[in-house]
Design a protein around this ligand. Structure first.
Ligand code: PLP
Length: 304
Protein backbone atom coordinates (compact mmCIF):
# COMPACT_ATOMS: atom_id res chain seq x y z
CA UNK A 1 0.00 0.00 0.00
CA UNK A 2 1.28 3.45 -0.91
CA UNK A 3 -0.02 6.85 0.20
CA UNK A 4 0.68 9.86 -2.03
CA UNK A 5 0.50 13.52 -0.98
CA UNK A 6 1.52 16.40 -3.25
CA UNK A 7 3.06 19.50 -1.74
CA UNK A 8 0.68 22.09 -3.15
CA UNK A 9 0.41 25.77 -2.13
CA UNK A 10 -3.38 25.57 -2.57
CA UNK A 11 -3.52 22.82 0.11
CA UNK A 12 -1.56 23.82 3.22
CA UNK A 13 -1.58 20.26 4.62
CA UNK A 14 -0.68 18.77 1.24
CA UNK A 15 -3.01 17.37 -1.44
CA UNK A 16 -3.81 13.67 -1.07
CA UNK A 17 -3.87 11.88 -4.44
CA UNK A 18 -4.31 8.38 -5.83
CA UNK A 19 -0.89 6.69 -6.26
CA UNK A 20 -2.36 4.31 -8.84
CA UNK A 21 -3.71 7.07 -11.10
CA UNK A 22 -1.63 9.16 -13.54
CA UNK A 23 -0.46 12.30 -11.76
CA UNK A 24 2.52 13.78 -13.61
CA UNK A 25 3.01 15.46 -16.95
CA UNK A 26 4.84 13.17 -19.37
CA UNK A 27 6.82 16.30 -20.27
CA UNK A 28 8.19 16.79 -16.75
CA UNK A 29 12.00 16.81 -16.91
CA UNK A 30 11.95 14.70 -13.76
CA UNK A 31 10.69 11.91 -16.01
CA UNK A 32 12.25 12.79 -19.36
CA UNK A 33 15.72 13.60 -18.02
CA UNK A 34 15.82 12.32 -14.45
CA UNK A 35 16.13 15.99 -13.52
CA UNK A 36 14.99 16.29 -9.95
CA UNK A 37 15.97 15.38 -6.41
CA UNK A 38 14.75 13.05 -3.70
CA UNK A 39 15.14 11.76 -0.17
CA UNK A 40 14.25 8.39 1.39
CA UNK A 41 13.60 8.28 5.13
CA UNK A 42 12.58 5.49 7.49
CA UNK A 43 9.14 5.70 9.11
CA UNK A 44 8.81 3.43 12.10
CA UNK A 45 7.30 3.57 15.57
CA UNK A 46 5.21 6.57 14.57
CA UNK A 47 8.24 8.69 13.68
CA UNK A 48 10.08 9.69 10.53
CA UNK A 49 13.68 9.13 11.53
CA UNK A 50 16.23 11.94 11.00
CA UNK A 51 13.60 14.06 9.30
CA UNK A 52 15.48 17.31 9.80
CA UNK A 53 18.68 15.83 8.34
CA UNK A 54 16.73 14.69 5.28
CA UNK A 55 15.11 18.11 4.85
CA UNK A 56 18.51 19.82 5.16
CA UNK A 57 20.08 17.53 2.57
CA UNK A 58 17.09 18.05 0.25
CA UNK A 59 17.67 21.82 0.54
CA UNK A 60 21.35 21.36 -0.36
CA UNK A 61 20.46 19.12 -3.33
CA UNK A 62 17.99 21.81 -4.49
CA UNK A 63 20.66 24.49 -4.26
CA UNK A 64 23.25 22.42 -6.12
CA UNK A 65 20.78 21.61 -8.92
CA UNK A 66 19.26 25.15 -9.09
CA UNK A 67 15.82 23.76 -8.24
CA UNK A 68 13.21 25.74 -6.39
CA UNK A 69 11.48 23.40 -3.97
CA UNK A 70 8.83 23.83 -1.25
CA UNK A 71 9.86 25.11 2.19
CA UNK A 72 10.77 22.70 4.97
CA UNK A 73 7.47 23.61 6.65
CA UNK A 74 5.47 22.65 3.55
CA UNK A 75 7.31 19.31 3.35
CA UNK A 76 6.70 18.65 7.05
CA UNK A 77 2.97 19.35 6.64
CA UNK A 78 2.66 17.03 3.63
CA UNK A 79 4.64 14.31 5.43
CA UNK A 80 2.39 14.60 8.50
CA UNK A 81 -0.68 14.18 6.28
CA UNK A 82 0.90 11.25 4.43
CA UNK A 83 1.88 9.27 7.51
CA UNK A 84 -1.45 9.85 9.23
CA UNK A 85 -3.29 8.60 6.11
CA UNK A 86 -0.91 5.64 5.97
CA UNK A 87 -1.48 4.76 9.61
CA UNK A 88 -5.23 5.10 9.20
CA UNK A 89 -5.14 2.67 6.26
CA UNK A 90 -3.00 0.08 8.11
CA UNK A 91 -4.88 -2.97 9.31
CA UNK A 92 -5.70 -2.69 13.02
CA UNK A 93 -3.50 -4.84 15.23
CA UNK A 94 -0.77 -5.09 12.56
CA UNK A 95 2.57 -5.50 14.33
CA UNK A 96 5.42 -3.00 14.26
CA UNK A 97 6.26 -2.13 10.68
CA UNK A 98 8.94 -0.28 8.81
CA UNK A 99 8.05 2.01 5.96
CA UNK A 100 9.76 4.39 3.55
CA UNK A 101 8.88 8.06 3.29
CA UNK A 102 10.07 9.46 -0.03
CA UNK A 103 10.25 13.15 -0.84
CA UNK A 104 10.57 13.91 -4.55
CA UNK A 105 10.85 17.20 -6.42
CA UNK A 106 11.11 17.50 -10.20
CA UNK A 107 12.10 20.35 -12.49
CA UNK A 108 8.84 20.38 -14.44
CA UNK A 109 8.04 20.55 -18.15
CA UNK A 110 10.27 22.50 -20.50
CA UNK A 111 8.54 24.99 -22.80
CA UNK A 112 9.63 25.62 -26.40
CA UNK A 113 11.85 28.52 -25.30
CA UNK A 114 13.65 26.30 -22.82
CA UNK A 115 12.03 27.70 -19.68
CA UNK A 116 10.75 25.24 -17.12
CA UNK A 117 7.42 25.69 -15.41
CA UNK A 118 7.24 24.72 -11.79
CA UNK A 119 7.93 21.08 -11.19
CA UNK A 120 6.02 18.80 -8.89
CA UNK A 121 6.84 17.94 -5.31
CA UNK A 122 5.34 15.01 -3.52
CA UNK A 123 5.62 12.60 -0.62
CA UNK A 124 4.94 8.86 -0.70
CA UNK A 125 4.78 6.38 2.16
CA UNK A 126 5.15 2.66 1.33
CA UNK A 127 6.28 -0.51 3.10
CA UNK A 128 10.07 -0.87 3.39
CA UNK A 129 11.53 -3.35 0.86
CA UNK A 130 11.81 -6.86 2.37
CA UNK A 131 15.23 -7.47 0.83
CA UNK A 132 16.88 -4.60 2.71
CA UNK A 133 15.38 -5.73 6.00
CA UNK A 134 16.70 -9.27 5.39
CA UNK A 135 20.18 -8.03 4.51
CA UNK A 136 20.57 -6.54 7.99
CA UNK A 137 20.64 -10.16 9.21
CA UNK A 138 22.31 -11.99 6.33
CA UNK A 139 24.85 -9.34 5.37
CA UNK A 140 25.83 -8.72 1.76
CA UNK A 141 28.36 -9.94 -0.78
CA UNK A 142 29.82 -6.93 -2.54
CA UNK A 143 31.64 -6.23 -5.80
CA UNK A 144 34.05 -3.32 -6.03
CA UNK A 145 33.14 -1.46 -9.23
CA UNK A 146 34.90 1.45 -10.90
CA UNK A 147 32.74 4.56 -11.01
CA UNK A 148 34.98 5.99 -13.71
CA UNK A 149 35.81 9.30 -12.03
CA UNK A 150 38.86 10.14 -9.97
CA UNK A 151 38.52 11.22 -6.37
CA UNK A 152 39.04 14.94 -7.11
CA UNK A 153 36.25 15.24 -9.66
CA UNK A 154 33.71 16.87 -7.33
CA UNK A 155 35.80 20.00 -7.00
CA UNK A 156 36.91 20.13 -10.66
CA UNK A 157 33.54 19.37 -12.21
CA UNK A 158 30.66 20.75 -10.13
CA UNK A 159 28.26 20.16 -13.05
CA UNK A 160 28.45 16.45 -12.27
CA UNK A 161 26.37 17.27 -9.16
CA UNK A 162 28.42 14.91 -7.03
CA UNK A 163 27.07 14.98 -3.51
CA UNK A 164 23.51 15.93 -4.53
CA UNK A 165 20.78 13.29 -4.27
CA UNK A 166 19.36 13.58 -7.77
CA UNK A 167 16.78 11.38 -9.48
CA UNK A 168 19.46 10.22 -11.97
CA UNK A 169 19.97 6.83 -10.34
CA UNK A 170 19.95 4.73 -13.53
CA UNK A 171 23.71 4.16 -13.21
CA UNK A 172 23.41 3.20 -9.54
CA UNK A 173 20.65 0.70 -10.32
CA UNK A 174 22.64 -0.71 -13.27
CA UNK A 175 25.60 -1.29 -10.95
CA UNK A 176 23.41 -3.30 -8.56
CA UNK A 177 22.03 -5.36 -11.45
CA UNK A 178 25.60 -6.00 -12.62
CA UNK A 179 26.47 -7.23 -9.11
CA UNK A 180 23.44 -9.53 -9.05
CA UNK A 181 24.26 -10.99 -12.46
CA UNK A 182 27.66 -11.83 -11.04
CA UNK A 183 26.42 -13.53 -7.89
CA UNK A 184 26.80 -10.61 -5.48
CA UNK A 185 24.19 -8.49 -3.66
CA UNK A 186 25.56 -4.99 -3.75
CA UNK A 187 28.37 -2.71 -4.87
CA UNK A 188 31.04 -0.45 -3.46
CA UNK A 189 32.16 2.09 -6.05
CA UNK A 190 35.84 2.94 -6.34
CA UNK A 191 37.39 5.97 -8.03
CA UNK A 192 39.69 5.62 -11.03
CA UNK A 193 42.58 6.52 -8.68
CA UNK A 194 41.78 3.61 -6.39
CA UNK A 195 39.78 5.18 -3.57
CA UNK A 196 36.75 3.63 -1.94
CA UNK A 197 33.68 5.83 -2.55
CA UNK A 198 30.20 4.61 -1.55
CA UNK A 199 27.53 2.09 -2.42
CA UNK A 200 24.91 2.91 -5.09
CA UNK A 201 22.41 3.50 -2.27
CA UNK A 202 24.59 3.46 0.84
CA UNK A 203 27.58 4.84 2.69
CA UNK A 204 30.58 2.60 3.50
CA UNK A 205 31.81 2.26 7.08
CA UNK A 206 34.75 0.22 8.33
CA UNK A 207 35.91 -0.43 11.87
CA UNK A 208 39.21 -1.42 13.39
CA UNK A 209 39.98 -2.52 16.94
CA UNK A 210 43.41 -2.02 18.45
CA UNK A 211 44.93 -2.12 21.91
CA UNK A 212 46.60 1.08 23.13
CA UNK A 213 49.76 1.35 25.26
CA UNK A 214 47.67 1.07 28.45
CA UNK A 215 46.06 -2.14 27.26
CA UNK A 216 42.71 -0.51 26.48
CA UNK A 217 40.85 -1.45 23.38
CA UNK A 218 40.41 1.39 20.88
CA UNK A 219 37.54 1.06 18.44
CA UNK A 220 37.83 3.22 15.36
CA UNK A 221 35.13 3.91 12.81
CA UNK A 222 36.17 5.19 9.38
CA UNK A 223 34.22 6.40 6.35
CA UNK A 224 35.45 7.82 3.02
CA UNK A 225 35.97 11.57 2.97
CA UNK A 226 33.23 13.69 1.37
CA UNK A 227 35.82 15.38 -0.87
CA UNK A 228 35.66 12.29 -3.09
CA UNK A 229 32.22 13.49 -4.22
CA UNK A 230 30.11 10.97 -2.33
CA UNK A 231 26.69 11.75 -0.88
CA UNK A 232 26.87 12.94 2.74
CA UNK A 233 25.02 10.06 4.42
CA UNK A 234 22.57 10.95 7.17
CA UNK A 235 22.89 7.45 8.67
CA UNK A 236 26.69 7.69 8.71
CA UNK A 237 26.41 11.13 10.34
CA UNK A 238 24.08 9.86 13.06
CA UNK A 239 26.16 6.71 13.70
CA UNK A 240 29.34 8.77 13.95
CA UNK A 241 27.70 11.07 16.51
CA UNK A 242 26.61 8.05 18.58
CA UNK A 243 30.02 6.35 18.23
CA UNK A 244 31.78 9.52 19.39
CA UNK A 245 29.59 9.63 22.50
CA UNK A 246 30.44 5.96 23.09
CA UNK A 247 34.17 6.80 23.05
CA UNK A 248 35.07 5.45 19.61
CA UNK A 249 37.67 7.17 17.48
CA UNK A 250 36.42 8.53 14.17
CA UNK A 251 38.23 8.81 10.86
CA UNK A 252 37.38 10.20 7.42
CA UNK A 253 39.20 8.48 4.52
CA UNK A 254 40.99 8.34 2.18
CA UNK A 255 39.96 4.70 2.20
CA UNK A 256 41.45 2.17 -0.20
CA UNK A 257 40.20 -1.35 -0.93
CA UNK A 258 43.02 -2.85 1.15
CA UNK A 259 41.68 -0.98 4.20
CA UNK A 260 38.37 -2.79 3.71
CA UNK A 261 40.18 -6.14 3.56
CA UNK A 262 42.24 -5.34 6.68
CA UNK A 263 39.32 -4.02 8.77
CA UNK A 264 37.61 -5.88 11.60
CA UNK A 265 34.31 -5.23 9.84
CA UNK A 266 32.78 -3.34 6.92
CA UNK A 267 29.15 -2.21 6.66
CA UNK A 268 26.85 -0.53 4.16
CA UNK A 269 24.58 1.95 5.91
CA UNK A 270 21.53 3.85 4.71
CA UNK A 271 18.32 5.28 6.06
CA UNK A 272 15.94 2.41 5.30
CA UNK A 273 18.14 -0.70 5.25
CA UNK A 274 20.06 0.81 8.19
CA UNK A 275 23.13 -1.44 8.61
CA UNK A 276 24.20 -4.39 6.46
CA UNK A 277 27.48 -6.18 7.27
CA UNK A 278 29.67 -6.89 4.24
CA UNK A 279 30.56 -10.61 4.11
CA UNK A 280 32.77 -10.64 1.04
CA UNK A 281 34.49 -8.39 -1.49
CA UNK A 282 34.86 -9.57 -5.08
CA UNK A 283 34.12 -13.14 -3.97
CA UNK A 284 36.63 -13.24 -1.12
CA UNK A 285 35.39 -13.42 2.46
CA UNK A 286 36.41 -10.51 4.68
CA UNK A 287 36.40 -10.26 8.46
CA UNK A 288 32.99 -9.77 10.06
CA UNK A 289 32.58 -8.92 13.73
CA UNK A 290 29.26 -9.75 15.37
CA UNK A 291 30.09 -7.70 18.46
CA UNK A 292 30.85 -4.56 16.44
CA UNK A 293 27.74 -5.14 14.34
CA UNK A 294 25.70 -5.35 17.56
CA UNK A 295 27.32 -2.13 18.86
CA UNK A 296 26.57 -0.30 15.62
CA UNK A 297 23.03 -1.70 15.43
CA UNK A 298 22.36 -0.37 18.91
CA UNK A 299 23.62 3.04 17.78
CA UNK A 300 21.38 2.88 14.69
CA UNK A 301 18.39 1.98 16.89
CA UNK A 302 19.08 5.00 19.08
CA UNK A 303 18.86 7.38 16.11
CA UNK A 304 15.75 9.48 16.18
N1 PLP B 1 25.07 7.23 -0.85
C1 PLP B 1 24.14 7.12 -1.82
C2 PLP B 1 24.57 7.23 -3.25
C3 PLP B 1 22.79 6.94 -1.48
O1 PLP B 1 21.86 6.85 -2.44
C4 PLP B 1 22.43 6.83 -0.13
C5 PLP B 1 21.03 6.63 0.28
O2 PLP B 1 20.19 6.24 -0.49
C6 PLP B 1 23.41 6.91 0.84
C7 PLP B 1 24.74 7.14 0.46
C8 PLP B 1 23.08 6.81 2.30
O3 PLP B 1 22.43 7.97 2.73
P1 PLP B 1 21.46 8.00 3.97
O4 PLP B 1 22.16 7.36 5.10
O5 PLP B 1 21.22 9.44 4.21
O6 PLP B 1 20.23 7.25 3.58
Amino acid sequence: MTVLVFVDPAHPGGRVADPDAPQLSVLDAGVTRGDGIFESALYTGGRVRKLEMHLSRMAVSAQVTDLIIPSAGAWRAAIATAVSQYDAAASPGAGPSESVVKLIATRGAESADGVHDYGSAWVTVSPAPELGLRQRETGVDVLLLDRGYDSTVAERAPWLLMGAKTLSYAVNMAAIRHAKRNGADDVIFTSSDGRVLEGPTSTVLLATRETDADGHEVKRLVTPTLETGILPGTTQGAIFAAAKSAGWELGYGPVEPRHLREAAGVWLVSSVRLLAPVNSLDGEAISTDAELTADLSAMVDSIN
